[in-house]
Design a protein around this ligand. Structure first.
Ligand SMILES: Nc1nc2c(c(=O)[nH]1)N[C@H]1C(S)=C(S)[C@@H](COP(=O)(O)O)O[C@H]1N2
Ligand SMILES: [Mo]
Length: 524
């Protein structure tokens, strides 16, 4: 009898300990949240640990995450971190009634891990970044030590046990409530810091372009149900970046610095100074190197911005073909991301720009407010720096930017691709004429031909919509006389240089996927 009851007591103490662990972890995160709200929202422990995980994720795993979770990859990562934290907290908590100091030290250790992660981030600004995790770890350790003392074995008779259990639950509940308000206050403070940025965006009136985009000609947008719109609305535009917290930059305090190799006149610009310059407006299709054949990470917007080549010329920069010493332009964002573009490309006359507007409004925060780079013809990771704050002229030999350090190619012009938007894979269109349609892109070279093949039949020319510009995607359609049965529809495009896209399948790593898109449908 004695043995069974003491076993039960141990069991319930372990459960109480586990609960204490969870409350301690919650307290740690809440206190960290408050500290981050006071010091730096981007230094919150889940954000920095998540960021550090992203920094260390092998290219293949990152690609898998984007493929599997799409734009929810960051939510999945953060939930994963919280789940791991909860499991560890429960384990340490279960240990706590018997090994109080060791368990508390364990929680403290997690604060140290968080602090190390914070300091390892490319945007770490100093020791203050470590503060939220350290404060959280300390608060969590104290909480566990205190609560464990309430759940610790006592020599008192078992009637007193119920009393002490009640005492524990009251203490744990009170702690959780206090922690909740502390965390809420932290959230509130973090949110307030972004309000200046929101107000600066709301108050921004975009100037009229000195060089407006051509009106989108009639016919550029085919009237085929299921085809992508020629202009991608901002809310539907794909988003790919490493930012767990989207930077909210206040336009009033934002600066852009241009300096480095071959820059004879280094300069810092305010947003107003950029907006006072003659602006260009262009339709340009952006593509991510992580886009699979047939994938969704491509979109077209009407960008408004400052021609980048003008700014570089004023700074004294010459392209390598004119004797310039720098062949790589490294753009750096406020969150420490770096992207490197060939100087030759951004100065060869194409519409490389520092964009301030996207489809008629200031850049959305997700897409780089207040200023981002856009370079027609180059994948996003080697050109499209969002939240840009620094441009450094250097060489490809001297410096590898973020993704190049992680095995992606130094140079990455966009590969010619065609995508079938309709019918969808495994659709069951009725026999008769089925309109097969989609988009094809080869930015800065243009699309001159799209062909469709049914099963192993001959390649047939698709009907091309007029080309808006060589920097945009081009729509195509093909009236297919569908017969009963299963069919594979395949598409291929030819670019403005006469090159037809290769049939050779390559993965997205290191410089973009190649191969043809095909969909299988069953005609009933
Ligand atoms: N600061 C910053 N800029 C960035 C990135 C990033 O992670 N951080 N990702 C790049 C990548 S990989 C792509 S494809 C484009 C995507 O731009 P979008 O999110 O506006 O579509 O932004 C580029 N610019
Ligand atoms: Mo990308």
């Amino acid at each position: 009898m004695q043995g069974v009851s003491s076993f039960r007591t141990t069991l319930s103490r372990t459960a109480l300990g586990a609960l204490a662990g969870l409350v301690a972890a919650f307290t740690a995160l809440s206190v960290a949240e408050l500290a981050a709200g006071l010091v730096r929202p981007a230094a919150g422990p889940v954000t920095v640990v998540g960021g550090a995980v992203i920094d260390r994720t092998p290219a293949a795993v990152k690609d898998f995450a984007i493929r599997t979770f799409g734009e929810n990859d960051k939510v999945v990562l953060q939930l994963g971190i919280l789940a791991v934290l909860a499991v560890i907290a429960i384990a340490l908590g279960a240990l706590a009634p018997r090994h109080r100091s060791a368990a508390a030290a364990g929680i403290l250790l997690f604060g140290i891990v968080g602090a190390a992660a914070a300091l390892s981030r490319p945007d770490a600004t100093g020791i203050a970044d470590a503060l939220p995790s350290m404060a959280g770890g300390a608060a969590g350790a104290l909480t566990l030590y205190f609560l464990a003392s309430k759940a610790a074995p006592s020599s008192a008779p078992s009637s007193a046990d119920d009393l002490s259990r009640r005492g524990f639950l009251v203490a744990a509940g009170t702690t959780a409530v206090v922690a909740g308000s502390v965390g809420g206050l932290g959230r509130f403070l973090s949110g307030r810091q972004g309000q200046g940025a929101v107000a600066s965006r709301d108050g921004l009136v975009l100037p009229k372009p000195a060089s407006p985009a051509r009106a989108v000609a009639p016919g550029v947008q085919l009237k085929v149900p299921g085809i992508s719109p020629f202009t991608t609305p901002n809310r539907d535009f794909y988003r790919v970046d490493t930012a767990l917290n989207v930077p909210r930059v206040d336009a009033a305090t934002w600066r852009l610095r241009i300096g480095g190799k071959g820059v004879t006149r280094p300069r810092t610009y305010t947003l107003d100074e950029l907006l006072a310059r003659p602006l260009i407006e262009r339709d340009i299709t952006l593509t991510c190197v992580s886009n699979e054949v047939g994938g969704p990470y491509v979109g077209t917007a009407r960008w408004l911005g400052v021609p980048l080549a003008d700014l570089l010329q004023e700074a004294g920069v010459r392209p390598p073909s004119q004797g310039g010493t720098a062949d790589q332009l490294v753009a750096r964002s406020v969150d420490g991301m770096t992207l490197g573009s060939p100087v030759e490309d951004v100065m060869d006359g194409r519409d490389a720009m520092l964009a301030v507007g996207m489809n008629g409004e200031p850049l959305p925060f997700d897409h780089g407010f207040p200023v981002r780079m856009v370079v027609p013809g180059l994948y996003g990771y080697v050109s499209a720096c969002k939240w840009i704050t620094d441009i450094e002229l250097t060489t490809f030999d001297a410096y590898d930017p973020y993704w190049v350090k992680r095995k992606w190619a130094r140079r990455a012009p966009i590969k010619t691709q065609a995508r079938i938007d309709t019918p969808k894979p495994f659709a069951g269109p009725a026999a008769g004429t089925v309109l097969v349609a989609g988009v094809a892109w080869a930015q800065h070279r243009g699309i001159t031909r799209v062909e469709v093949r049914i099963d192993d039949g001959p390649w047939r020319d698709a009907d091309l919509a007029p080309q808006a510009t060589a920097d945009t995607w081009r729509q195509w359609s093909y009236p297919w006389r569908a017969t009963t049965g299963g069919h594979t529809i395949t598409v291929r495009a030819t670019d403005g240089t006469g090159q037809t896209q290769t049939e050779q399948r390559t993965p997205t790593i290191p410089d973009g996927a190649s191969g043809r898109h095909s969909v299988f449908v069953t005609v009933p």
